[in-house]
Design a protein around this ligand. Sequence first.
Ligand SMILES: Nc1ncnc2c1ncn2[C@@H]1O[C@H](COP(=O)(O)OP(=O)(O)O)[C@@H](O)[C@H]1O
Ligand SMILES: [Mg+2]
Length: 228
Amino acid sequence: MSKGIFITATGTDVGKTYVTSLIVKLLRQSGMNAGYYKAALSGADVVDGELIPGDCKVVADTAGLAVRPQDMVSYIYKTAVSPHLAAQIEKQPIETDVILADFAKAKQQYDYITVEGSGGIICPLRLDEKELMLIDIIKLLKLDIIVVASAELGTINSVVLTIDYARSKEILVKGIILNKYDNGNFLHRDNKKSIERLTGLPVITCVANNDENLTLDAKILCECYKEV
Ligand SMILES: Nc1ncnc2c1ncn2[C@@H]1O[C@H](COP(=O)(O)OP(=O)(O)O)[C@@H](O)[C@H]1O
Ligand SMILES: [Mg+2]
């Protein structure tokens, strides 16, 4: 039976991919058969006429996954906009049965699957005759979430809003990972304490700029994953 977790963030470019790559790296270095999956990626690069999903490449390179980046994601769009808009422009609508089938394949391949979201917790994947939100995918794949957030000013607001929203949709939040954290910065230290108090959740670990490894016991990380 495979286990999974869904990595979301307080927004785009907050560090989901960076943190996810360190998560998968830690699990693999601890001897787990760990892999990665992403439902939809927009803003892919074109290399030799082929669309390359950047997030998947970063995770594969960092964690030493011998998988083609294109095989770690269900939908790849070139246009660098929200997936629902990219899908509309490129006429390739996101279908939940494709995502379910690809996730089932990942389950056959890996014991620990780290699923990266797109954008933040509120991200439309389809807004045409059907409405499909990222939160629907989290529920479809029966995953709990970890929220990646910046350690900087403003993070209390975005973390509490993200977690309140997830809870209002009956999504279980396992904890928070603070990115670009500087333990020498009193604001960062206070943000960590305040977020834990206001959400009642642990900051599982903090990641500093250019960290190459997570400062975290792999066993504690594994406890965040649930059977899928
Ligand atoms: N801790 C970090 N140290 C150095 N660079 C980082 C760190 N976290 C994120 N970045 C950089 O910031 C950019 C956005 O991060 P990324 O993980 O791609 O965000 P997201 O997946 O949430 O959109 C990337 O260029 C990434 O390399
Ligand atoms: Mg990303």
